[in-house]
Design a protein around this ligand. Structure first.
Ligand code: FE
Length: 208
């Protein structure tokens, strides 16, 4: 890419990639998990998957430390509350599985979601690549189970059907296109990071 304008519109292009949505679970003393959109199978012999996780996430730190994770594939019936619980708060300060009964333990000792998820994959870390803002984890598949016949949710479904529309009353400011957080002010600092979902200033748009 040559011009800054092209880089700026890359976010819109990425939105057209056909991502799914997942809860990535870990455990370091307490059970934890975060929302990711980047789980893919990357090899069949051996069976391997990859996932990239924002470095500021507690989940990222825990995967580095413990070397195991579960990827729970979210289904099309997933409500916004699952994103609020697992995506818009940090496991450093909150027990995300508190008062959450829809989870069971897989053979690797980690939790997987039994509701709003149609399957899960357990993996053992075999490589970690520092990609800048995110770590890319590659894992050997140690287990996988189909839980029901629901369709998988897509990132596009999240924007079209799941995420609440921003409140129309806010007169000025910038709204995060990912989570709906509203920054009040006339100018959004270029290095601003959404305090809720940790997406950068490029993912904000002015409230008209
Ligand atoms: Fe946000």
């Amino acid at each position: 890419m040559q011009s800054g304008a092209n880089v700026k519109t890359a976010g819109e292009v990425y939105r057209r990639l056909s991502y799914g949505l997942f809860v990535l679970t870990t455990r370091d003393g307490k059970d934890n998990g975060c929302i990711v959109n980047t789980v893919s199978q990357v090899a069949s012999a051996p069976e391997r998957i990859c996932v990239s996780v924002n470095k500021s996430n507690y989940t990222c730190e825990t995967v580095m430390k413990t070397g195991i994770f579960n990827a729970c594939i979210l289904s099309a019936d997933v409500p916004f509350s699952v994103f609020t619980r697992f995506g818009f708060q940090s496991g450093r300060t909150v027990d995300k599985f508190s008062r959450f009964d829809a989870a069971k333990r897989s053979e690797n000792g980690l939790l997987y979601l039994t509701e709003f998820s149609n399957s899960y994959i357990s993996a053992k870390l075999c490589a970690a690549v520092d990609c800048g803002s995110h770590m890319l984890f590659v894992g050997d598949v140690t287990g996988a189970e189909v839980l029901n016949g629901e369709a998988s949710v897509t990132y596009a479904d999240y924007f079209a059907k799941i995420k609440p529309k921003p409140a129309p009353r806010e007169k000025k400011g910038f709204v995060c296109k990912i989570c709906g957080y509203v920054y009040k002010g006339d100018e959004l600092p270029p290095d601003f990071i959404c305090p809720v979902c940790k997406h950068p200033a490029e993912d904000f748009e002015p409230i008209v």
